[in-house]
Design a protein around this ligand. Structure first.
Ligand SMILES: [Zn+2]
Length: 475
């Protein structure tokens, strides 16, 4: 089956008119009018771009989140209470309410949710509020009772950071049916955002789900190093490939746990969660088994720890790499490391008046998420969303409105690193990430050029097949 598409198709050599898809791949792209084909799709008023490769996702976690009580964009305490009440009335049989995604830096008034606040409104039902970063959660007294085997004392304010907070999904384990259902829901959303490949930072129970599903997305996954032994029986599937191990070195800025040399506004400077010996042990395992490491490091102190302990040459990835300096950037380049960064963080927290400016010393505020500096150094860079939200266009827009020149990338640079760049750090840059002959026919159709205001994704194609169609489009 040969499908010819007539449109404005973005390639490395500018926009072209025709795209021929044959056996899931692109067999021709150019301006020549092809005569032999089985089907013609006319999209000549629209624009075609390679579909996105999100280099850092938690699709399983995201799927569970969207079926849980959603606290994204809540503005005050009344709204928190209301959303939880609505959720309970829709899910009366629920044993523990896990409400996800609040961000106190977006509240209209200064307010921090606490155990007392939750107890006041939810005395009998276990309620847990997890912050948008996933590193910090607030429990009511009933909620604390649920995790009492895992903590020493009940914190007075009900706040717990890291540890069990990162493992809530394992503690409150959904059954397999629920997992599959929420994965499919999340996948639909990803496709609607134009994503067709992901690097999934998986949780330890992901293998059960991976064995069950036959996803549309190409999934390259990284598994928590603590559970590496569970991987012994794993065999890659057509669309699900094991790439390596995920390692946490520090926390997040939102939770005041990213490890800095400087201090936050609360005088703390974050934390390195892993010992040198353990880190070295993980590197040895990775070398022996051919795993690529995806190393979570946000603060400059944490990144020094990583750079000081990695071997001189390796192709491991550093995830986030938000607070850094020129010297570290040069070292990353020299050592041949890959970076996986999140432009969404600029839109969410790095603009004027947002969290970074409030919490971080001036020198960090003026030199964070320095995409442009990194691109100029030619360091392999993939872009990802961290599901906050899982929208590449939100990230690409954020790059264009960034406060500082050191952060700003234009739309075409953003597109390049959200497609080819991510494919490169996953080692599949010769298969996906471009519209080019012999590449997979993975692409999106937009109503306008990518740099125009309010562009919409009308369709997403994976292996030449339409897998998403916008309800609003007129085709
Ligand atoms: Zn993440």
């Amino acid at each position: 089956m040969k499908t010819l598409i007539h449109s404005n198709i973005f390639t490395d050599e500018g926009y072209k008119k025709y795209l021929l898809v044959e056996n899931e791949k692109i067999s021709y792209v150019g301006n020549k009018n092809i005569k032999f084909y089985d089907r013609l799709i006319n999209l000549k008023d629209y624009f075609i771009y390679p579909s996105f490769f999100d280099s850092h996702t938690h699709i399983i976690w995201y799927g569970l989140n969207i079926s849980r009580c959603d606290l994204s964009n809540v503005r005050d305490q009344d709204e928190i209470i209301q959303r939880i009440r609505d959720y309970i009335s829709k899910n009366p049989q629920i044993k523990v309410v896990i409400a996800e995604g609040y961000d106190e830096t977006k509240f209209t008034k200064n307010f921090l949710p606490s155990r007392k606040f939750l107890d006041l409104h939810f005395k009998d039902k276990p309620v847990i509020l997890r912050r948008i970063c996933g590193h910090i959660a607030v429990f009511n007294t009933e909620g604390l009772k649920f995790v009492k085997g895992y903590i020493k004392d009940f914190p007075k304010d009900g706040v717990i950071k890291e540890g069990i907070v990162l493992k809530l999904n394992t503690l409150f384990k959904p059954d397999r049916e629920e997992l599959v259902k929420s994965f499919k829901k999340a996948q639909e959303i990803f496709l609607s955002y134009g994503i067709t490949s992901i690097s999934e930072m998986a949780t330890s129970d992901a293998l059960e789900l991976f064995e069950e599903i036959d996803p549309i997305l190409d999934i390259h996954f990284y598994f928590p190093w603590e559970f590496e032994k569970k991987l012994s029986g794993w065999k890659d599937k057509k669309n699900i490939r094991l790439k390596g191990l995920k390692v946490f070195v520090d926390g997040s800025i939102g939770a005041y746990t990213a490890a800095l040399y400087g201090r936050y506004d609360n005088k703390k400077s974050g934390k390195i969660f892993i010992g040198k010996e353990t880190f070295k042990k993980i590197i040895t395992i990775a070398m022996k088994k051919g795993y690529q490491l995806a190393i979570h490091s946000i603060g400059d102190r944490s990144t020094d720890f990583v750079l000081n302990n990695l071997p001189e040459k390796s192709n491991h990835r550093i995830e986030h790499f938000e607070i850094t300096n020129q010297e570290q950037i040069k070292r990353v380049k020299r050592m041949g490391l890959f970076l996986s960064m999140q432009p969404n963080f600029i839109g969410n927290w790095a603009l004027k008046g947002q969290m970074y400016e409030k919490r971080l010393p001036d020198k960090y505020y003026k030199f964070n998420n320095v995409f442009k500096v990194i691109v100029k150094e030619n360091i392999p860079l993939g872009l990802g969303s961290d599901c906050m939200p899982p929208s590449p266009m939100y990230g690409i827009n954020s790059l264009s409105i960034a406060q500082f020149q050191s952060q700003r990338l234009d739309f075409y640079e953003g597109l390049k690193f959200y497609t080819y760049g991510s494919a490169f750090i996953n080692g599949v840059e010769n298969i996906v990430g471009k519209i080019k002959e012999n590449y997979k026919a993975d692409f999106i159709v937009m109503d306008k050029r990518i740099e125009e205001k309010n562009v919409k994704i009308l369709k997403t194609f994976k292996n030449g097949v339409e897998v998403y169609k916008s309800k609003k489009e007129r085709i």
